[in-house]
Structures are given as structure tokens and as C-alpha cells.
Design a protein around this ligand. Structure first.
Ligand code: FES
Length: 140
């Protein structure tokens, strides 16, 4: 794998929470997360709830988790870490957008032809204002 596609060391991905990073697609930056699964493997997802797609799961301090699932802070939708499927909440049945990654020699690399790796973390670390943020939304 290329060094410029290296996201993080495997050990940087917490067992609980998530590792936040930035990718770009067609010149537009997107937030993404790495999560550690119960078997120790790692999965990658875009960092946006499927209910209101402008709401980040990880706002800079790791995505909340409960019973091994990711939890959206806004309306408490839960997502399986391995499949990305929403198991409960207003977007039940929807699936987080996957980001393909590969683990090699203790490091996690971006391996998704749709995205380019930009940086670990996000440039603007201001927390998302969940009360006023605009964006595409499905009602519930
Ligand atoms: S915005 Fe995530 S559950 Fe509503």
C-alpha cells in the first residue's frame, strides 16, 4: 500500500468509539471513521447518520457506542459496527456508507477507489450544532 493512503496504526483505533479521518471525493471533503469490531478487525464508514445525513456520528471525541453498536447523538439511532445497518431508530434498515480499508503490517490504509485520503481527524474540529444544522433529512 502507498504511504499517502495510510490512515492510522491499528492500535490507534479504539475498541469503543471511533477514529475520525477525512477523505475527499470529486474534490469535496467528507468525514469518515474507523471502528474496531468485536473480533479485532476494523471497518470503515462515512461519518454521517442515515437519518439526517449532515449529522456526524463522531463529533471529534469518538462516536458513542452502546452494546457494541454506534449510537447517533441526535435521535439515538443505532448502527451495527460490522454491517453499518441501522438496527433501531428513525432510519432503521438503512446502512452507513462504507469506506473500503485494508490492514497491512499493523497499519490501516484507505483502499476505496471512490475516495482519496486527506488527513487523520478533520480540519474543522468545531462540534456540529445538532439543533440548527441543515442538510438532507428523512422524516420520522
Ligand atoms: S440524526 Fe441520527 S438519528 Fe436522527
Amino acid at each position: 500500500m502507498e504511504d499517502d493512503e495510510r490512515i492510522a496504526a491499528v492500535e490507534d483505533v479504539p475498541a469503543d468509539g471511533s477514529f475520525l479521518f477525512t477523505v475527499s471525493a470529486d474534490g469535496e471533503e467528507r468525514e469518515a471513521i474507523l471502528v474496531r469490531l468485536s473480533d479485532g478487525t476494523i471497518a470503515g464508514w462515512l461519518n454521517y447518520c442515515m437519518h439526517w445525513t449532515d449529522v456526524a456520528l463522531d463529533t471529534g471525541d469518538g462516536a458513542p457506542t452502546r452494546d457494541g453498536e454506534l449510537v447517533c447523538r441526535k435521535h439515538a439511532a443505532t448502527f451495527e459496527k460490522d454491517s453499518g445497518v441501522c438496527t433501531h431508530g428513525p432510519c432503521e434498515g438503512a446502512r452507513l456508507d462504507p469506506v473500503e480499508i485494508v490492514v497491512e503490517d499493523g497499519d490501516v490504509y484507505l483502499a476505496d477507489a471512490d475516495y482519496e485520503f486527506v488527513a487523520a481527524g478533520v480540519e474543522d474540529d468545531d462540534p456540529v450544532d445538532l439543533s440548527t444544522s441543515p442538510g438532507s433529512r428523512i422524516g420520522f
